[in-house]
Design a protein around this ligand. Structure first.
Ligand SMILES: [Zn+2]
Ligand SMILES: [Zn+2]
Length: 210
């Protein structure tokens, strides 16, 4: 698997494009904005995008979903518990002063434990609520895409609509079961790995994991 991270939009969200080297099939996680840059990468690498996966539906992570859907025809996948946030994303964006295109309906509603396969790569869906009700992480090929659940040295806010600070701690505990070598690709900021976060992230220290 190959992956590339594009930091997009005014809030600097990480859009992650991951693909199977052999078949050139792949997924786009969190196309937050700047569809032209995402499109260019897809073209340059001659990728066939099968899925557009939203770790959650805050507007900074889904701003380019409409454009990408129109261009690739890929399946839009969102956790079933995130639909209220997804449907309200345009209003949320407007509150922040941004204009969002009409969002196409998701083609696939995800649940914990589902798999998304694209060519020779597969990601397991881990439901990680707390930052938002239908927040998910995508785990596979030695990486985990964590959206706004886990950042290098920090975690996502739990005080937005639908957030829950106890739930995000349980979600962190769930992620701790992944191998320590797992590379963490967060929704904002630099990459890290599970072992480092469990050792140094103050929120993991709160959980007192051994
Ligand atoms: Zn968010
Ligand atoms: Zn975000």
């Amino acid at each position: 698997m190959i992956y590339k991270i594009l930091e997009v939009g005014p809030l600097g969200a990480n859009c992650i494009i991951a693909w199977d080297e052999g078949t050139k099939k792949g997924i786009v996680a969190d196309p937050g904005d700047e569809p032209d840059r995402i499109r260019e990468l897809i073209k340059t690498e001659q990728l066939q995008i099968s899925h557009i996966v939203c770790t959650h539906a805050h507007f900074d992570h889904i701003g380019a979903v409409s454009d990408l859907k129109a261009e690739t025809g890929a399946v839009i996948a969102v956790h079933e518990a995130e639909m209220e946030i997804y449907d309200g994303a345009r209003d949320q964006a407007a509150l922040w002063g941004y204009e969002l295109a009409d969002l196409p309906k998701p083609d696939l509603l995800l649940k914990d434990g589902d798999n998304i396969t694209s060519g020779g790569i597969t990601f397991k869906i881990i439901h990680t609520p707390g930052h938002s009700p239908g927040g998910i992480c995508l785990y596979g090929q030695g990486i985990v895409i964590t959206g706004d659940t886990l950042f290098a040295g920090s975690i996502g806010r739990a005080d937005f609509y639908g957030g829950d600070s106890a739930l995000i701690m349980e979600s962190l505990r769930k992620l701790a079961a992944l191998p320590g070598s797992t590379v963490v690709l967060p929704g904002h900021g630099p990459a890290t790995n599970m072992a480092r976060e469990i050792k140094t992230n103050v929120f993991y220290q709160e959980l007192r994991l051994k």
